[in-house]
Design a protein around this ligand. Structure first.
Ligand SMILES: Cc1cc2nc3c(=O)[nH]c(=O)nc-3n(C[C@H](O)[C@H](O)[C@H](O)COP(=O)(O)OP(=O)(O)OC[C@H]3O[C@@H](n4cnc5c(N)ncnc54)[C@H](O)[C@@H]3O)c2cc1C
Length: 507
């Protein structure tokens, strides 16, 4: 049954905000609640990677993030020991329509999402939190506590738990959060630093006593993260002092930097966990509520926002009655392996950074010195960090024939030039798009079937000899269906080839 009842989004961190924004973009009603009086003022996640910018681009063009006064293109990373520079990794690719990574404090990313959400007529309900809830076959009955209006009960057909690592939704569902905790204290701070280093490069200083990582964090600001050692009677705990961080800069790095002012001093401990299932009937988990891991690689917020983008178009189709609710199983099927990969890879990176054995440290330095002199690292690290290598091949929705040039259903649509513009700039609409290599040999629109889903697909002619058609491996009269999250749905030689995909969605 189609419905206009709002979907409840629990949590207005970056993931809840992205979910609310995309659901509105796809025409759904939403309520988004958060106990905090306002968005975070903290810099937390400092990099928005290319695939996050790409998947949001149809509704929130990447230029809006890039135009923020604190945004800078991430050029790469420099690896050092306490004595010398070992090498440099160049991540950005000049000429690419969307940068590999954009340095932007999480507070600014959230502000951009909030501004866009406001344009869509949605305000976050602040000082409002989810309490107990009952998850029945026909919906979720929620206790909602608002500081202004007191306690109330409300019924929703769908709920998204985007309420962070200590998720009330996850606890309310009595879910395990399997994984491990790392016995290591990490300290961090945001500082104004007296230095003239290029603020577009991250620096990692591999000292004998533990890594010091330095991230540009806005105008003249730097984030410093330091391995603070194994907690125990001999290790200190609690937030660090400015003097402690200055000492660590002096002894573990060769930067010569002097702290001028501190804005945030904190400590944290790393958990590596992921829930077994992202879908529990009418309740869906996204972001840190579903997966947590070390900040190594800067993937947490990015993975969460992409969870939200993947979920939103499917949930919108289901609530509008255009697709069967089983389509939502594909949210778990596609995104859980990505979350698991992120947990695993960030664990590898953090354990490599935490090595304490002098022999292993020496081997690490030698290996890095060698690798960073070659062309081997950047081409492998770039797609992995920027998440442009994510694909959903061999999943339920990625059926049908492969493209003639190697791309497959479930792959990311490459953002190539088409008639003088990157193709993503032409996809700034909510529905799926049918890219047809012109000239059309048949009237595709009238032959897709009469369902709402089929009617919502936007046909778009592309040049048959252009780079895009050649890369997709389609010839004149053939087509590629692109999902609203810019993954390839299916390849079609004729309009009839699209029917299985549309039927699979329940349309
Ligand atoms: C020091 C640090 C560095 C990091 N660096 C990076 C990085 O470089 N790149 C990266 O991608 N990630 C990074 N992260 C991780 C990133 O900050 C998180 O992954 C991201 O904030 C997760 O977003 P979220 O919306 O899932 O959860 P959160 O940001 O935690 O938001 C959850 C929201 O839910 C609300 N909430 C809680 N309980 C309730 C309730 N009962 N009812 C309603 N609302 C509720 C909370 O108030 C909160 O606003 C870093 C994190 C830290 C701490």
């Amino acid at each position: 049954m189609p419905t206009n009842k709002p979907i409840l989004i629990v949590g207005a961190g970056p993931v809840g905000l992205a979910a609310a924004h995309r659901l509105r973009w796809h025409g759904c009603g939403v309520r988004i609640i958060d106990p905090q009086a306002g968005p975070t003022a903290l810099s937390k996640a400092l990099v928005v990677w290319q695939r996050t910018l790409e998947t949001l681009d149809s509704s929130l063009p990447h230029e809006r993030f890039q135009q923020h006064k604190d945004a800078q293109i991430l050029q790469g990373a420099i690896v050092q020991t306490a004595q010398e520079t070992i090498g440099k990794i160049v991540l950005n690719q000049p000429g690419s329509p969307i940068p590999t990574g954009l340095l932007l404090p999480q507070s600014a990313t959230e502000a951009t999402l909030i501004e866009r959400l406001r344009e869509q007529g949605v305000e976050v309900e602040r000082k409002t939190s989810l309490g107990d809830f009952r998850n029945d076959a026909d919906g979720i009955t929620c206790q909602i506590h608002s500081e202004a209006e007191g306690d109330s009960e409300a019924h929703f057909l769908w709920m998204i738990g985007a309420d962070g690592a200590h998720s009330r939704v996850r606890h309310g569902l009595h879910l395990d959060f399997p994984g491990a905790s790392i016995e290591r204290r990490w300290i961090l701070g945001d500082f104004e630093i007296d230095q003239d280093f290029d603020p577009q490069f991250i620096q990692a200083c591999l000292s004998r006593d533990g890594i010091v990582a330095l991230f540009p964090a806005g105008r003249r600001r730097w984030r410093i993260i330091v391995d603070g050692g194994t907690p125990g009677p001999e290790a200190s705990s609690g937030p660090p002092t400015e003097t402690e961080i200055q000492n660590l800069l002096d002894t573990r790095t060769s930067t010569g930097w002097t702290i001028r002012e501190s804005f945030w001093l904190s400590e944290f401990f790393i958990n590596e966990r992921i829930v077994d299932n992202y879908r529990h009937g009418r309740i869906l988990l996204a972001g840190d509520a579903a997966h947590v891991h070390s900040p190594a690689g800067g993937q947490g917020m990015n993975t969460g926002i992409q969870d939200a983008v993947n979920l939103a178009w499917k949930l919108a189709l289901v609530t509008r009655g255009e697709a069967h609710p089983r389509l939502l199983d594909s949210y778990h099927e596609e995104r859980h392996p990505i979350g698991a990969r992120v947990v695993e890879n960030s664990s590898r990176m953090i354990h490599l950074a935490m090595l304490r054995s002098p022999v292993l440290q020496r081997i690490r330095t030698l290996l890095l010195r060698h690798l960073l002199r070659t062309d081997w690292v950047a081409p492998r690290l770039r797609p992995f960090l920027s998440e442009t290598d994510i694909h959903y091949r061999r999943t339920s929705l990625a059926q049908g024939t492969k493209g003639a040039a190697g791309l497959q259903p479930g792959d990311r649509l490459p953002n190539l030039q088409e008639a003088g513009k990157p193709i993503y700039e032409k996809l700034r609409h909510p529905g799926a798009t049918l890219l047809i290599a012109g000239p059309k040999k048949e009237d595709w629109s009238s032959r897709l079937g009469g369902s709402e889903l089929a009617r919502s697909i936007i046909p778009m002619e592309i040049q048959p000899q252009g780079l895009l058609a050649r890369t997709l491996g389609i010839q004149s009269g053939q087509a590629v269906l692109v999902r609203p999250d810019t993954y390839i749905g299916t390849f079609a030689r004729k309009s009839g080839d699209l029917r299985p995909w549309i039927e699979m969605m329940g349309g």
